[in-house]
Design a protein around this ligand. Structure first.
Ligand code: ADP
Ligand code: MG
Length: 576
């Protein structure tokens, strides 16, 4: 219940509205179902003993009106025909309504799923870079996928349970009117038994559900890692390692899953056994304890059986929905944790509120900047330099000396522990970093190429209809994308997931075009040519040199030759 309220708080107003509509729809269905059951019972009675029913019907006076006068010529046959019609109408209405409610439950659950999925993805993308450094991306993807547990399992179970409870209430209210004592006894025993059984089995259920969640995370991580590193896996023959690892956890998962399903079913099994024990016990008690005659016993038992027939399945479904919700619980609570952390971030002012702009016309200054990833080992210490607008800066140092770290500081992905970064004498801070990043074009060593067209890759993050196609062609020319002619559909050619259809040099050009597309004031090349062979390296360097003087450039390399022509050079050394 508490979890449901937590989820409910994250609903959008539209979802809340739909939830209540659905809720009342379900209560209405419960009433219709009960009425139908009544009609069926009545119909059965009418068929088995038409004469008695007819007499009862004719003897019944509607507010002083005599039915025999009101319906002259009303025969037994006519009565049965009338009841048949009533029965057909009731059953058809009930089933249509039931179908409509099923449709809406599914639709609502799926809508909740996608609502939470997109909020979650948004929250992950909004997290700072430092947070991501400590996370496994496969785990994050899986968390987004766990929205199924929230919608399909949790919300659906929750709604179904509410519907069943509503039906049970209406049904039990009806039964109480007809046969109060037996029903009350029955409800009380079943209710208490249900609660006891549920409480007793809850621990086992929780334990196996959590185990399953852990195993699934590891399975997913293994598969994702192996597929991302397909080249290395194939060349180094590491296939067996990954498959074995997967298999091992798969076996572990299967045991846990078996247990989980067992615990989920067990309340049903236990309650059913209990139900029969109760009925048999009641009969024996009446026969031997109260010394009833067998005839009396049959009468009471029949009533008990009818009550059980209607209430037990509904009751069981309530318990199994509860178990289903319990199974989804570990997944749902980890999503909810994520969501509440996100709202904390929002309320502490991160995001779009209080956004400030930053301009860059004179210079970027690093003043005594120090940084460490773990708080112990410094990567950068008391770094001072200046990048005047329009000039180029070369950053050189051996591999692992902290060049990429410096760039992450410059782009505001990481924050210095000491000193400050000033842009036009304004301190770079969380408030203006989004504005600052808009004026940066970044070319990494291994650019990420989306599984899409060349144009989509250059206009990274723009919807197809918003892409400025002329600008795309222009930057392709600026980035010397000469392979454009070889592509069958020009800038609309698909270049494959992670750019597998392109060579390293071609990927680098796409990345340069991507950086240029946004008309940045500052372009950063982080080892942009290091992965290329010598003549390609030369070509790209020429390309970068052409930009010199037009744009502010920061060029990072471990090769001194690459940055030889920069206006200023900063050397960094490996600390340790
Ligand atoms: P460069 O780009 O000059 O090769 P980096 O800036 O990538 O060097 O790394 C500088 C140092 O910081 C390295 O010693 C590396 O081990 C360490 N480092 C890089 N990223 C992380 C990280 N996410 N967590 C901890 N240490 C890191
Ligand atoms: Mg680097």
């Amino acid at each position: 219940m508490k979890t449901f309220f937590q989820i409910y708080q994250h609903f959008s107003p539209e979802l809340k509205r739909r939830f209540w509509l659905l809720f009342f729809g379900m209560v209405f269905l419960a009433v219709v179902e009960t009425v139908t059951v009544g009609i069926i019972a009545f119909y059965a009675a009418a068929i088995s003993d038409p004469q008695a029913t007819y007499d009862a019907f004719m003897g019944y006076h509607f507010i002083l009106l005599d039915p025999s006068q009101l319906f002259p010529g009303f025969s037994i046959k006519l009565m049965i025909a009338l009841f048949s019609l009533l029965l057909i109408i009731a059953v058809v209405i009930k089933n249509i309504l039931s179908g409509v409610v099923t449709y809406h439950i599914a639709k609502f659950s799926a809508a909740t799923e996608s609502h939470f999925g997109s909020r979650l993805l948004d929250s992950f993308l909004n997290r700072d870079y430092q947070w991501h450094l400590n996370k496994n991306s496969a785990d994050l993807v899986q968390k987004v996928n766990w929205r199924h547990f929230l919608g399909r399992y949790f919300i659906t179970s929750c709604l179904k349970m509410t519907a069943e409870i509503a039906m049970l209430m209406v049904l039990l209210a009806g039964l109480l009117l007809v046969q109060p004592l037996v029903s009350l006894l029955f409800i009380a025993t079943q209710g208490v038994a249900g609660i006891v059984v549920y409480r007793f089995l809850r621990k086992g259920l929780d334990h196996s559900a959590r185990g399953c969640q852990e195993a699934e995370t590891i399975l997913n991580r293994t598969a994702t890692c192996a597929l991302h590193a397909i080249k290395d896996v194939q060349i180094s023959g590491a296939r067996k390692y990954f498959v074995d690892g997967f298999q091992e956890w798969g076996t572990r998962f299967s045991t846990l899953f078996g247990k989980q399903q067992f615990w989920q079913e067990s309340p049903l099994l236990a309650l059913e056994s209990l139900g029969f024990v109760m009925i048999a016990g009641a009969i024996l008690f009446m026969l031997f304890g109260l010394e009833y005659s067998p005839l009396e016993t049959t009468g009471t038992t029949a009533l008990l059986a009818v009550t059980a027939w209607r209430t037990l399945p509904a009751f069981n479904r309530v318990v199994s929905s509860m178990a289903g919700m319990r199974t989804a619980m570990p997944y749902v609570s980890s999503l909810l944790e994520e969501m509440s952390e996100m709202s904390d971030l929002r309320s502490s002012g991160e995001g779009t509120v209080g956004e400030k702009t930053i301009s860059f016309v004179s210079a970027i200054k690093f003043v005594n900047v120090s940084f460490s990833y773990d708080g112990h080992r410094s990567v950068l210490q008391a770094l001072n330099f200046e990048i005047p607008c329009g000039k180029s800066l070369g950053i050189v140092g051996p591999s692992g000396s902290g060049k990429s770290t410096l760039i992450d500081l410059l782009t505001g992905l990481l924050w210095p522990q000491g000193g400050e970064i000033r842009i036009d004498d304004k301190l770079l801070s969380e408030e203006n970093v989004h504005s600052w990043r808009k004026s940066i074009g970044y070319v990494p060593q291994f650019p990420y190429i989306l599984d899409g067209t060349l144009a989509e890759n250059i206009a990274f993050g723009q919807a197809a209809q918003d892409i400025d196609r002329e600008r795309v062609v222009e930057v392709c020319r600026m980035a010397a994308i000469d392979f454009l002619d070889q592509l069958s559909d020009g800038i609309d050619s698909i270049i494959g997931e992670r750019g597998i259809k392109l060579s390293g040099g071609q990927r680098q050009r796409v990345a340069i075009a991507r950086a240029l597309y946004r008309c940045p004031k500052l372009i950063i090349f982080d080892e942009a040519t290091s992965a290329l062979d010598e003549d390609k390296d030369f070509e790209i360097r020429q390309l970068i040199l052409q930009l010199k003087g037009k744009q502010t450039l920061v060029i990072v390399s471990h090769r001194p030759s690459t940055i030889a022509e920069c206006d200023n050079i900063v050397k960094i050394d490996r600390l340790l």
